[in-house]
Design a protein around this ligand. Structure first.
Ligand SMILES: *[C@@H]1O[C@H](CO)[C@@H](O)[C@H](O)[C@H]1NC(C)=O
Length: 237
């Protein structure tokens, strides 16, 4: 009896310890942001999809084993008491808690697939950029490299890709795919493969600023980002 209780305790502890992950979202920007998350098909929604995070604040989010999904952050938002409003970037239908709705691109993305059987993660600028975003694994085993995209891509954004906010300020940078919807930028049509879809003069601007992020759909990054049993810090700015 005592032994079997002990055994199941150890099994449950191992299961929990090896599987679920804790995400810590840190706002290092000098302004408030509104982090948001969308889960993969069939995966549970975390933190109702979004919340507000002031400068120097952090929030922790528990993700269950096998979770997949993405994080981004909205900027320039105003919400009323009921959580309705709008954002200059990353808006998810004008609500504070995105609740399963995606964000309007361009947004910088941190993407995760946990326990498959390792965790896979990346930063994607495939649709564009709105905020610097980095991923720091902690406590895991394996490769576990940090993915750092701290450059301000809005400053080096070509004029034809710039998104201007309501107050005339530059708020985001579209990818060439998002801006022009052409096969050579989106890797669609006849060039829908890693061998045929090449970097372009636009994707190279993103790549120079953030070498470990995806800069176009079939970008070959230096190494695959995998880790096992880690928690993850996601830093904005
Ligand atoms: C990229 O190349 C296209 C096509 O050659 C050209 O029209 C465009 O001006 C270039 N843009 C930049 C930012 O170099």
């Amino acid at each position: 009896m005592a032994l079997s209780w002990h055994l199941s305790f150890v099994l449950v502890w191992n299961f929990l310890g090896a599987s679920a992950a804790i995400f810590t979202l840190q706002n290092k920007c000098p302004h408030t942001i509104w982090p948001a998350t969308l889960s993969g098909a069939g995966k549970p929604l975390l933190v109702n999809g979004g919340f507000q995070l002031g400068p120097a604040q952090a929030a922790t989010i528990n993700a269950p084993a096998g979770w997949s999904g993405r994080f981004w952050a909205r900027t320039g938002c105003t919400f009323d008491q009921s959580g309705k409003g709008s954002c200059a970037t990353g808006d998810c239908g004008g609500i504070l808690q995105c609740n399963g709705a995606g964000g309007i691109p361009p947004v910088s993305l941190a993407e995760f697939t946990l326990n498959s059987p390792q965790d896979f993660y990346d930063v994607s600028l495939v649709d564009g950029f709105n905020l610097p975003i980095s991923i720091f694994p902690s406590g895991g085993t394996g490769n576990c490299r940090s993915v750092i995209c701290k450059a301000d891509l809005i400053r080096v954004c070509p004029p034809e890709l710039v998104v201007v906010g309501g107050n005339g300020e530059r708020v985001a940078c579209k990818s060439a795919c998002l801006a022009f919807r052409q096969p050579q930028y989106c890797c669609t049509g006849a060039i829908n493969s890693p061998t045929t879809c090449k970097p372009t003069n636009y994707s190279q601007i993103f790549k120079r600023a953030c070498p470990t992020a995806y800069s176009y759909p079939f970008d070959d990054r230096t190494g695959t980002f995998t880790c096992t049993g880690a928690n993850y810090v996601i830093t904005y700015c």
